[in-house]
Design a protein around this ligand. Sequence first.
Ligand code: IMP
Ligand code: MG
Length: 176
Amino acid sequence: MDILIPAERIAERVGELAKHIQADYEGRPVTVVGVLTGCLLFLADLIRRVDLPIRVVLLQASSYRGNATTSGELRLTIDPTLDVKGRELLVLDDILDTGKTLGQLTRRLRDLGAASVRSGVLLRKIGRQTVEFEPDYVGFEIPDVFVVGYGLDYNDHYRHLPYIGAVTESDLLTSG
Ligand code: IMP
Ligand code: MG
């Protein structure tokens, strides 16, 4: 597997994003909304570097995938008792691909009465977006290749890798 972004570079960039976030919220409390499962590593590393009063809530989003590169129908589970009314939300996801997930999720969170909804992604794929959506914080822009590691998966494999790797056809066939 080709290493697209090494662990040290990710750590450095996450630190930069943390600084921007900290400055933007000016000491106000923020509710970090993590989109499972891909956000896990990004969220864990980022929130440890942001010095603000932080709450963390997690949501499940999944799309049925025919294969690695075609996303299927989106399923977003938002617990109706989720306490977001009047709160400043920062939604975190691993990657912005078509934009469907974050587009739909941020709209629904606004409808639930959030005071503000910002979003951050570690990665943004160039040339894939079909839904108009601008994330507030982006770690890296990457070419249209299938990537894994640092939370991103292929059939739930590879999430634990400390780097972002670009997967080849043969990696996918042998991953079991
Ligand atoms: P979107 O709704 O199309 O923006 O898709 C975002 C979701 O698709 C992410 O949260 C990932 O779970 C998944 N995804 C998109 N591209 C990749 C990739 O290259 N590797 C792993 N997962 C991906
Ligand atoms: Mg995901």
